[in-house]
Design a protein around this ligand. Structure first.
Ligand code: SF4
Length: 63
């Protein structure tokens, strides 16, 4: 499983982090999202997909 955030598309709305805090966090510097190490674990697939669905910029991919 690979979860990624496209830094060029992310606008820092934070919806992914609010939806799935087990998978996504926001950087202090610019408020943009990144994937936590544990967010790549297969047991978080559902949360990763929910976070991706919550993103209005479609910046998250889950493969
Ligand atoms: S919801 Fe999308 S645009 Fe907002 S912080 Fe998360 S990845 Fe970025």
């Amino acid at each position: 499983m690979n979860v990624s955030v496209d830094a060029n598309q992310c606008q820092g709305h934070g919806l992914c982090q609010m939806t799935s805090p087990q998978v996504f966090a926001l950087r202090d510097e610019d408020g943009h999202a990144y994937v936590l190490p544990e967010g790549q674990e297969p047991n978080h697939l559902g949360e990763a997909r929910a976070g991706a669905d919550s993103c209005p910029e479609r910046a998250i991919s889950v493969e």
